[in-house]
Design a protein around this ligand. Structure first.
Ligand code: NDP
Length: 450
């Protein structure tokens, strides 16, 4: 049995109740075998056994009260996965589906994503099964304060710097930061994605969506293609999806879809980003509201989708940008994309493609930008926010965007060069995994056995 198969079998046995974590481990480890065969020092140092195991997991009770005075209890978590390259860094997710397995998958991915960014940050993830939907501002504030009260002993600007993710945007980061400051009596850059008034960075809000499109631009250029007049599909309607649509417009493409958990919008004239921002960022409404404001657009409720299907991927497109959540492109969805002539899938969300979908992209030789490389723009600008906080300066939007553009180009080049080095130039998933793994593993070896 190969080294990777042995460690995967062990993870399958020990983490049997965590299917998405097992999926994420397999996705990384299965691409590493040729590299590990050529470099036996990693097995000799038990790197795989160590890297699949988080350095520390904290789980805590979060008790808070609703506006009516009802007492509520949620679970909070922080998975501090790997600190070989720097302080733990990774988002917080507030969503009813959150459990330890999901946060372990996200934290594990984050190790490699952060390594690819070329910045000195380790990997982590956290969150809660709290559902912010339908909660008042005051309830969200009380929840964030209760959550931070429990998290505060474990984080710090040189220890662990959380950020946002699904359900945690600027408002939540503001309340979390306020609580941190009051509990510690310190005004420091312990969270990223902050408001510009207290240490936030320009272009952080846009960074993941913009970065994803920059990554795709690099992939397209490798085949002499560009975005001019190309129809693109985007899923999700949150932070990543909105700014993915905005950058696609800026580069001359036409994004025609967005979606949320209740349905999808098809706008043949191109998604109107101003309307989308009004619906999602100002009104916090569902996508039916978009169609009220843009009656020419068409709405399909999620209940109309066939089981295991997502209507966005039936819309013919040149390039597809999954920006909602994990496993949102099934094998059947991938077949529909390919049958309609899609030439590029670039992942804004984390692990949005199932293993069956990824196998189809690679077999058919289309351009495939894997999440840990393509959506690294968010964490990269978070690190730029940390740098600005540490030196007490503010860079302009243009300066941060310029650095983001360079970082995404470097990430693409790293993944593409490594894919070529290991004999499979179209496989950026393998290239990204090997390139990131090599760096983290070498740092772990140099730091001794922990
Ligand atoms: P948001 O909460 O802003 O938006 C998430 C969007 O996806 C919403 O429109 C939401 O719809 C939709 N969605 C979530 N779950 C489902 C589901 N099960 N089925 C259908 N739609 C769903 O989150 P972000 O935009 O920040 O994050 C989106 C993805 O990008 C996640 O995978 C996240 O991990 C990843 N990511 C985010 C980064 C960031 O900087 N924000 C950085 C790197 C990765 P609804 O409102 O109905 O739930």
């Amino acid at each position: 049995m190969s080294y990777t198969s042995r460690v995967i079998a062990d993870v399958e046995q020990r983490c049997a109740s965590e299917p998405v974590f097992i999926q994420a481990c397999k996705e990384v480890l299965e691409t590493l075998q040729p590299f590990l065969d050529a470099n036996p020092k990693y097995e000799a140092n038990a790197i795989l056994e160590r890297i699949v195991e988080p350095e520390r997991i904290v789980q805590f009770r979060v008790s808070w009260t609703t506006d009516k005075g009802e007492l509520k209890v949620n679970r909070g978590y922080r998975v501090q996965y790997n600190s070989a390259l720097g302080p733990y860094k990774g988002g917080l997710r507030f969503h009813p589906s959150v459990n330890l397995g999901i946060l372990k998958f996200l934290g594990f991915e984050q190790i490699f994503k952060n390594a690819l960014s070329g910045l000195s940050i380790g990997g982590a993830k956290g969150g809660s099964d709290f559902d912010p939907k339908g909660r008042s501002d005051a309830e969200i504030m009380r929840f964030c304060q209760a959550f931070m009260t429990k998290l505060v002993p474990f984080i710090g600007m040189r220890t662990d710097v959380p950020a946002g993710d699904i359900g945690v945007g600027g408002r939540e980061i503001g309340y979390l930061y306020g609580a941190y400051k009051h509990l510690t009596n310190r005004y420091e850059g312990v969270l990223t994605g902050k408001n510009l008034l207290f240490g936030g960075s320009l272009a952080r809000t846009e960074a993941t969506g913009y970065g994803c499109v920059y990554f795709a631009e690099n992939m397209l250029a490798s085949r002499g293609l560009d975005f001019k007049d190309k129809v693109c599909t985007v899923s999700g309607a949150g932070n990543v999806a909105i700014y993915c649509c905005e950058k696609l417009h800026q580069l001359g493409a036409k994004p025609v879809t967005v979606s949320d958990s209740t349905g999808m919008v098809y706008d043949a004239d191109g998604i109107d980003v101003a309307v989308l921002r009004q619906v999602k960022e100002v009104e916090h409404a569902r996508l039916t509201r978009y169609v009220e404001l843009r009656p020419s657009a068409k709405y399909t409720p999620a209940t109309d989708y066939a089981a295991g299907r997502h209507a966005v991927w039936d819309v013919p497109c040149f390039a597809a940008f999954p920006c909602a959540t994990q496993n949102e492109i099934s094998g059947e969805d991938a077949k529909a994309l390919l049958a309609n002539g899609c030439q590029c899938v670039c992942e804004g969300a984390n692990m949005p493609s199932t293993p069956e979908a990824i196998a189809l992209y690679l077999e058919n030789g289309i351009l495939y930008g894997p999440a840990k490389a393509a959506n690294a723009g968010g964490v990269s600008v978070s690190q730029l926010e940390m740098a600005q906080n540490a030196s007490m300066v503010h860079w302009t939007f243009e300066e941060v965007d310029r650095q983001l553009h360079n970082i995404m180009k470097n990430i693409y080049t790293r993944a593409a060069t490594t894919a070529k080095e290991f004999g499979d130039p179209n496989n950026l998933l393998m290239g990204a995994n090997v390139s990131a793994f090599r760096e983290v593993a070498d740092a772990m070896i140099a730091q001794g056995m922990y």
